[in-house]
Every structure is written in C-alpha cells, then in structure tokens.
Design a protein around this ligand. Sequence first.
Ligand SMILES: Nc1ncnc2c1ncn2[C@@H]1O[C@H](COP(=O)(O)OP(=O)(O)OP(=O)(O)O)[C@@H](O)[C@H]1O
Length: 228
Amino acid sequence: MSAAVLQACGIGASYGTRRRPVTALHPTDFTLLAGESVAVIGRSGAGKSTLAEIVLGLRTASTGHVMVHGQRFCGAGRTPDQDHRRLVQGIPQDAGASLPPRTPVRASIERALTKLRVDGDHAARILAAAETASLDPALLERTPRQLSGGQAQRAAIARAVAVGPDVIVADEPTSALDSATSASLADALLALPSRTGGALLLVTHDDALAARCDRILTVRDGTVEQTR
Ligand SMILES: Nc1ncnc2c1ncn2[C@@H]1O[C@H](COP(=O)(O)OP(=O)(O)OP(=O)(O)O)[C@@H](O)[C@H]1O
C-alpha cells in the first residue's frame, strides 16, 4: 500500500465575524496517498475552493491542521513556513494566476524555484518539468500572453512540477478551455501522480474527469464525503 503524503486533520473554515461566523467547511479528515489522484466535486458554493486553498496553505483554516509526510504543514491560524511551501503547489483555473502575463515562462519558473529555495540545476528541472507537462520547451521562452489557453495551463503545470512538490492541487484547471484542449490537458494532469510520485487533488465540475481519478471527495454544503 502507498504511503500517506498528506493528511487533513479536522480542517475547517468559517467566514464572517467572530461573533457571527459562517461555516464554509465543516471539520474534515482525509488522506492523500503517494501516486494517487483524488477529485473534489460538488455544487457551486459547496466549499471546494475553500478546501483547496487550505490544503495549499493560501487560506488559514479555522480548525484542524494539514500534515505533509507526517510534519505539520499548516494549521488553524498558521500558514506554512517558507521552507515548507514547496511541498504543496497549485495549478489555478487560469494560468495567469500563477504566472505573470508579461514575463517569459522560463524566467517565472526560475523565479519560483529561487523564491522557494529549490536546490539543484534549475535549467534541468525546468526542462524535465516541461516534458512532464507535455509543454514544447520552445514555448518556455514565450510569455503567457503569447500562449494559447491550453499551452498556458501546461506552463502552469510545468511551474508546479518544477518545484518538486509532494502534492499538486489543481482548482478547475480545465474549465476555461474548449473541450478538445481540456481533454488533452486532463491527460497531462492525470499522468502527474505516476510521473512525479506525488498526489494530485483535483477540484472539478467535470464528472467525467472526476470519474477518471482514483477517488472522489464530494463536498455538500461544507461537508466532505468520500463517495468513491
Ligand atoms: N472571502 C469570503 N467571505 C465570505 N464568504 C466566502 C468567502 N469565500 C467563500 N465564501 C463562501 O464560502 C462558501 C464556499 O465557497 P467556495 O468558493 O469554497 O465554493 P466552491 O465549491 O469552490 O464554489 P465554485 O464551484 O462556485 O467555485 C460559499 O458559500 C461562499 O460564498
């Protein structure tokens, strides 16, 4: 059996004021194993992005904590340490959210590697990540504005992979693409766990895409159920 790479232990989130909190995510537990893909589905407003943002360490949980390889990654009132940020990386709905639009992709990835204190040969890492993301390496010299939507999403995948995370969280990464581009990007995404040895948490409204994942977490009104 594969090892647990990420454990969510009672993570929950609320908005509003301390006196009048509104629960967006009830305390929830789940585990991601090495090499597996897990879909997160549910209606609009159910709490999927809230869940994804907590796992990414972008949003502070109001309860619980997240462990990566048995070490505390983030928790209630606590964001990840700079040294740990690289462990979980995101692919957003729109690549523009992770890549500056006017900077060549290679330079943006290089900057991320430096900021996250990733050791080793950065050029080799970037090339290998482009290959994993099925991104033509020539496109690394272009800015996101000079790429199609699908190419820009592959560049965002390459950025996440180059960092060498244990977990990749993708929040509706195909929703802005046409169906053919979306299908080929889905193939690249679903190949990530076996190519990187890490886990993929994939938020999606696409039931067919979710069905291709190893497991499915369904969020209903802030409550997470494991439905497969
Ligand atoms: N910053 C915020 N302040 C107040 N309420 C918020 C905030 N962010 C999210 N919410 C609320 O929390 C709930 C969950 O939102 P979330 O974005 O996680 O849903 P979602 O399932 O990702 O929806 P969608 O599929 O439409 O992206 C919603 O009711 C939303 O209105």
